[in-house]
Unconditional design. Sequence first.
Length: 367
Amino acid sequence: MKIKNIKLDVFEWKGTPWKTNYRNIFGQNVNLSVLSIETDEGITGNSFLGSSKVGSEHHNKNLINFAKHLLIGQNPQNINLIWNNLWKMNRSLTLNSIASIDIALWDINGKISNQPIHRLLGSEKEKVPVYSSTPFHEDIKDYVNEALLFKSKGWTAHKIHPHGDPHRDIEICIAIREAVGEDMKLMLDSMCAYNYEEALMVGKAIEKLNFYWYEDPLVEEDIYNYKKLMNRLDIPIVSTEFIPGRLFSIPEWIREKSTNIVRGDVVAMGGITPLYKLTNIAESFRLKCEIHSGSSNSMDNVANLHVIMASSNCEFYEFFPSTGENRYGLVDEIEFINGYVNAPSNPGLGFEINWKELKKTYIGSIE
């Protein structure tokens, strides 16, 4: 089997604006592309390219110009070989482009074997609990009401994206804990907003509130101060999907004892291939690896879900209720039942593309 063609179908993606802090705005009007990798045996793998923050218009020509000639004639089952060759070009190819290619190749391989991707990776579970992940709210009452809404649905965990002001953020955390009680796991994702002194102050405060983890308190390159935080706090620290060097820098963070829980996703790592390797590296040190979802596109979220289902050290699936990214472009969205999400059961990625809906905003094709 050989790859015979690669193309991108480009569509306009009209979103509803939302944000996780004052800086990060999602849901803008951008482009979403569907990547199709076609084989000479009639099997096609698909993935999506682009997010509601950075649309595919920033990646399309990049992928075609730098990757297409490397892929034509290759065996699509040589996923590791192809990924390693693409990674060598990461100064030219965006991580989004590398990830999109890798995900589409895994889709092909699932279709060849008539199995969902998590079966090819080695399934570990059939369902996993989901946690709700908040957008930014101006009013503390909105944070509280959102947490209570998901608790009423039977969800047992909830993550907060606060303001980035340490004193205000502590107020938000106190209000939510008082509202939901002690039987709901709460997490704080500070979005790299603090300096060391602020991060320590917030960390000590949420320790007293029995928070489940403390995510990205510092910028991703600050391994020195992450290590200092680890020595001063008992709450598990989660960091970070944006570590410089990605997969190849994780061992240093673990060796330096700069995080309790490893973090990654298919886009930040560059595909299913490196993300699954990341979960295994973490597992070899008896560490959890919690996979980030929700800020890219619906098919990337599906790809993340497959890795979660094949990894014993991934406890949760993350869900952003504020965004249509969980369903845009798919016939069926990922379904949550009583606070859990089930493993995909259809071959490949296992979710059908809603071509009928997408074609309403069709822009053109790139080959």
